[in-house]
Design a binder for this molecule. Sequence first.
Ligand code: SAM
Length: 282
Amino acid sequence: MSGNNQWVYETVEEMGARFGIRVTDKLLEERTAYQHLEVYRTEHWGNLMLLDGVIMLSSVENFVYHEMMSHPALQSHAAPRNVVIIGGGDCGTLSEVLKHEEVESVMQIDIDEAVTRAAERFFPELVAHNDDPRASLHFEDGVAWMRNAPAGSVDVIIVDSTDPIGPGTGLFGPAFLADCHRVLRDDGIMVGQSESPFYHMPLMLDYHRAMAAAGFAERRSLLFPQPVYPGGSITGTLARKTGRLDEIRPLAGGVATRFYNTGLHRGLLEMPAFMREALGDV
Ligand code: SAM
């Protein structure tokens, strides 16, 4: 594909919605062992990655998603020393976590090495810190990894997953969330990509119920913009085993952000009224 009037669309059939981005060149199309991977050059959004026809990220706006999948969880933990990222193969979340000096180790467990290899070629800014000695990349199924991980061994779990289709399905299920609860230390915190309340409220409700059933004391879904996602917004659901989510440490001076700040974090924890009503007492 080449030319300046080609469009890539993501369709959300069940909501009768379609979102499109004009692209200029197809940079990569690959059937990996797990999913259909595409990367395009666009006119306004830099490079754009899709998995199984679902838009994952663009060069221009991914900072919002990656900051919101990392800083709220890390700032809600008193001393986050070891972090596990499930999914996140583009390494954008990893690069945000590595900004925190108090973090001593970060393991990224993504099922599909092809995503990371594509990020190295087309999103080099996201992989720039992968050689940090605190970081390790593993390519295996996050569901199985969590099932086999020792109890009480992790401070923060970040589930930076695809939608609940294909290999991502298990990352939304009750068995996986129960394993996350078991693997976290008593003061541990998790955050999971939990879709949009405008498009997937039943899924969000199931996610909260499964977290409650797993034993997480408190859960909140933080709603933030994702300009290249149909509907323009997405949530990250935070949950902690004990204590309160509104005990937020101020961000250290050295951690540069473009979206996240403590006031925003505090406000988003309150959740919009319609989300509180729908997710209320689960
Ligand atoms: N920003 C994104 C979005 O739009 O939702 C998420 C991006 S990130 C690329 C999602 C990653 O989850 C992919 O790299 C995919 O390979 C990974 N993934 C899917 N299922 C997985 C599983 N069972 N275990 C580990 N990683 C998985």
